[in-house]
Design a protein around this ligand. Structure first.
Ligand code: ADP
Ligand code: MG
Length: 237
């Protein structure tokens, strides 16, 4: 990836001593142990690690979907744990774009309508602007011609690109993606990865879980989790 650079120096995401213990069937299981991470704005970070190493738990800490047992998560200066559920939902809708492994597009809506939905939910942009913006975002991810198709009439890679466009709907500074290429063939995975790389180049902060070491090697930085611990934090020189 040529010309990739981190813009600005402000911290997008900061995890301070984050631990997570799950209690199930009368037993404690430590999924994250004292995680310390600072991610500057505009950085493209890939999170690696075996299944069960705590990657999704880490993502859920950053998005506020789950709360740490100890420690603090700060996103653009806001302490995620300090918000009520309502505040958190509003904050998440405006500040984070979330992409899932299985796209989770609504099947009865066109790709365009799927991308418009978060804007409608957040009450952002005027109705006409929402349509224009959704078309612009679909164009940005290479789906200008498929905007009016339903999800099941395009490929998995195209559905995931549409999900990325949807994640961008409210122009969030940070995109969090948990194994977005996990269900895709290598060509589609590469296509989705390039969309993320282009977004990082535009200044978005990208935090992406992947199993693919080759793709991860293209990011600015890789974090490797092992049994809930940050085993390795490597910045590309
Ligand atoms: P990864 O995404 O790296 O595959 P996860 O973060 O999903 O790993 O899970 C890390 C560990 O925490 C796993 O051993 C998993 O079984 C456990 N875990 C995750 N969520 C829960 C939960 N809600 N209750 C109990 N254990 C959980
Ligand atoms: Mg996972």
């Amino acid at each position: 990836m040529v010309g990739l650079s981190v813009t600005g120096s402000s911290q997008a995401v900061c995890l301070q001593g984050v631990s997570k213990v799950f209690h199930s069937a009368g037993q404690d299981f430590t999924a994250l142990k004292d995680i310390q991470i600072e991610i500057p704005s505009g950085e493209f970070v890939c999170v690696l690690g075996r299944s069960g190493s705590g990657k999704s738990t880490l993502m859920n800490m950053i998005t506020g979907i789950d709360k740490p047992t100890a420690g603090e998560v700060i996103v653009h200066g806001v302490s995620v744990g300090g918000m009520s559920e309502d505040e958190m939902a509003r904050w998440r809708g405006r500040n984070l774009g979330i992409v899932f492994q299985f796209y989770q597009l609504l099947p009865v809506f066109s790709l365009l309508e799927n991308v418009m939905l978060p804007m409608q939910l957040a009450g952002k942009y005027e109705p006409l602007e929402r349509v224009q913006r959704a078309r612009m975002l679909l164009t940005q991810v290479g789906l200008a011609d498929q905007a009016d198709q339903r999800p099941d009439s395009v490929s998995g890679g195209e559905q995931q690109c549409a999900a990325v466009a949807r994640a961008l709907a409210n122009d969030p500074p940070i995109i969090v993606a948990d194994e977005p290429t996990g269900n895709l063939d290598s060509v589609s995975a590469g296509m989705v990865f390039e969309v993320f790389a282009a977004l990082a180049q535009q200044g978005k902060t990208i935090i992406m879980v992947t199993h693919d070491d080759d793709l991860a090697a293209e990011a600015h930085r890789t974090l490797r989790l092992s049994d809930g611990e940050l085993e390795r934090d490597a910045v590309k020189s």
